[in-house]
Write a protein that binds this ligand. Structure first.
Ligand SMILES: NC(=O)c1ccc[n+]([C@@H]2O[C@H](COP(=O)([O-])OP(=O)(O)OC[C@H]3O[C@@H](n4cnc5c(N)ncnc54)[C@H](OP(=O)(O)O)[C@@H]3O)[C@@H](O)[C@H]2O)c1
Length: 344
């Protein structure tokens, strides 16, 4: 199958190239960049020297070959939604890595992303691409809204409890940390090396745009109105997301019972690894892979459950999940092209 990557010079676009280069069922035949049009991919990302020498092209939809069946949009939010209607009209299937089609309500998008939604009529059509909770719907989708990186880590930590209506919502705190690649490749002052290194800080406290995405999904899973406290932090590492989730349960459950709940919920989902004690997730242990590692601990003293979750933001949090969605969409085994072990 021929695919296109719009925004191939960015961090998630680059990660898509890395994964798709050796995917057995896919050939990248169109890759876009505005700033580097005319250069080859390996001139922008030298790691692809002799591996992917495709010439980058400016983003003109009419230049995408008719033979391309699926388009990955790895573009800033807003830009994606302005292109998706024409891509669908041209018969392409689309996996959008931006936030443009994740929220069901255009008004929510406007209030959290500060702009009017360019294609609100497509919000009902888009399928939320978290395979562990939405596998069946993904298989028949034309438009997939690939989840955000923080939502992926937080939702995989909480989905089994939400589905069992076990969460006391007012007790729920999601304390999350991300590496700097989460902010994208465009240089901006708060992400310069001297500003980030030897530093640890919170940002967008009580106002991060991933909050409604997490709430929307937890509400859908639980049938209740989920309300979360979500605090993101920036960590001086290139990639990785780590979430520590604290909550009280509605009814008492032992650690063993909870582990059984998680194992049952994620049975048949190859990319979620519930680690057996005494192992705990670490970003290093999922780096470069599509795994989400989880662990549960019940703090008897405080009566709180603590859930730990780690992903690579560029893989399970973006490009790897997009490839997983593509595999489902195309009827391929879900793990195709994604079986490489973590870098450690
Ligand atoms: N980084 C993450 O961890 C992560 C995780 C999940 C989801 N996402 C989402 O995925 C999307 C891409 O993120 P990223 O981190 O890869 O961003 P990025 O590194 O900033 O890359 C953005 C890409 O979009 C292109 N681009 C920018 N403005 C454009 C425009 N107006 N028209 C056409 N192309 C344009 C850039 O190309 P040129 O500059 O070469 O022209 C570049 O290739 C974003 O919506 C982001 O929110 C990111």
């Amino acid at each position: 199958m021929e695919v296109a990557i719009l925004g191939a010079t960015g961090y998630t676009g680059c990660e898509l190239v890395r994964l798709l280069c050796r995917h057995p069922a896919v050939e990248i035949t169109f890759a876009s960049s505005e700033s580097s049009a005319g250069s080859s991919l390996s001139q922008v990302h030298p790691q692809f020297y002799r591996l992917c020498e495709l010439e980058l092209q400016p983003l003109r939809l009419s230049d995408i070959p008719a033979s391309v069946e699926l388009v990955f949009c790895a573009l800033p939010h807003g830009r994606s939604a302005s292109l998706v209607p024409a891509l669908l009209a041209a018969g392409k299937r689309v996996i959008d890595l931006s936030a443009d089609f994740r929220l069901r309500e255009a008004s929510l998008y406007e209030s959290w992303y500060g702009q009017v939604h360019p294609a609100p009529e497509l919000l009902d059509k888009a399928v939320y691409g978290l395979p562990e909770i939405n596998r069946a719907a993904i298989a028949g989708a034309e438009l997939i809204a690939n989840p955000g990186c923080y939502p992926t880590a937080a939702l995989l930590a909480l989905a089994p409890l939400a589905a069992e209506k076990l969460i006391q919502w007012e007790s729920l705190v999601i304390d999350a940390k991300s590496g700097v690649s989460g902010a994208g490749r465009t240089p901006r002052q708060p992400y310069h090396f001297p500003e980030c290194t030897e530093n640890f800080r919170a940002y967008r406290v009580a106002g991060h745009q991933h909050t409604p995405e997490i709430e929307q999904c937890l509400s859908r899973l639980s049938g209740e109105e989920a309300a979360i406290t979500f605090t993101p932090h920036l960590v001086p590492m290139a990639r990785g997301i780590f979430c520590t989730v604290y909550l009280r349960l509605r009814r008492r459950c032992g650690e063993e019972q909870l582990e059984r709940l998680y194992r049952d919920y994620y049975r048949g989902h190859p990319f979620v690894r519930l680690l057996p004690p005494p192992l705990l997730p670490e970003t290093r242990l999922v780096r470069g892979s599509n795994y989400c590692d989880l662990a549960l601990r019940f703090d008897e003293r405080s009566g709180r459950l603590i859930i730990l979750s780690a992903i690579d933001n560029l893989v399970k949090g973006a490009a790897g999940q997009a490839v997983q969605n593509m595999n489902l969409l195309c009827g391929l085994p879900e793990e195709t092209g994604l079986t490489q072990p973590p870098l450690g």
